[in-house]
Design a protein around this ligand. Sequence first.
Ligand SMILES: Nc1ncnc2c1ncn2[C@@H]1O[C@H](COP(=O)(O)OP(=O)(O)OP(=O)(O)O)[C@@H](O)[C@H]1O
Ligand SMILES: [Mg+2]
Length: 355
Amino acid sequence: MALFGKKKGLVGVDIGSSAIKVVELRPGGKGGNEYQLANLGLEPLPPEAIVDGAIMDSGAVIDAIQRLFTAQKIKTSEVATSVSGNAVIVKKISLPQMTTEELAESIHWEAEQYIPFDIQDVSLDYEVVEGGGSGGNMDVLLVAVKKDKIGDYTSAISQAGKNPSIVDVDVFALQNCYEVNYGIDAGRVVALLNVGASIMNINITKGATSIFNRDIAVGGNQYTDAIQKDLNLSFDQAEALKKGARVEGANPDNLQPILQAVSENIALEIQKTFDFFKATSSEDRIDRIFLSGGTAKVKGLQELLADRFDAGVELLNPFNSVTYNPRDFDPDFISDIGPQAAIAVGLAARKVGDR
Ligand SMILES: Nc1ncnc2c1ncn2[C@@H]1O[C@H](COP(=O)(O)OP(=O)(O)OP(=O)(O)O)[C@@H](O)[C@H]1O
Ligand SMILES: [Mg+2]
């Protein structure tokens, strides 16, 4: 008798610019709100495969997806993936109170005024914000994603022989991962940060609501670039040195000031975002910061952020509530890969039929 029954599920596939992460969960518990890890894998991509969020070498991406599914022996072919960056616009807009039908009819027209792209070129989604709006108005969260971006990501998945059934947005997948693992605390303002190789996703949430989010083009590549330039190394050598490996001819003592300088820059970007958030929203505090993404592992970054911000900083553990069998997964591997798996876990916890 298995506690975690296998329903028709889906696999979370996070197509990052440095690596593809896949996660499959088995739902269980009361109401299917508990999860056990079924499969987990990471496959690196060459640095030129995805540049500025665009898939440049679709062959490399397709191969990596196929290798992951084969290596993990994943049978499920329904996939949830996500996109981020400047092809994604998330905006909260205020509209007069109207019925669901009226909203469905007018949303395209309304959206046109808020989306800086041709409305023909985007896929639109929207959601009425629970408890939002005042004075006869309601708040609607509008999400627009460039169709060609969705097309690039979904066709890579299709060509890998899988079925892209959900296309999510990184910041929301991150929020889902947080909620699955830490629950929802109604009054608490939590900043979720996911710092990858090329992009930092920021989602400030209050309870179950995303009250502010933004993607910024900073990440681990900036450390690698700086190390490469300052110490005259190749990309691979600089990557290795950044991750704490010994590199022939490179003095590790020279590393710390470089890491520190880039971390300062990332902290500054976060500070600017928090300042903007506080100036434009009715909230003026952030209670807690949760850090994820591979760059969370950069030596000293978490400490520097803890030093700069009053809200405590902790690592978002995507396996805080998601259980796993230590006979199937090495706990060291799980804790090592943890920061990078946040988005994929958030995606894997979506259900077929979710938008
Ligand atoms: N141990 C480590 N120390 C320092 N940096 C690390 C470590 N492990 C991974 N990284 C860095 O984390 C980044 C990868 O993280 P992640 O997988 O979250 O990014 P991604 O999803 O591929 O990128 P993006 O979402 O920005 O396109 C890389 O820059 C990598 O060098
Ligand atoms: Mg990423």
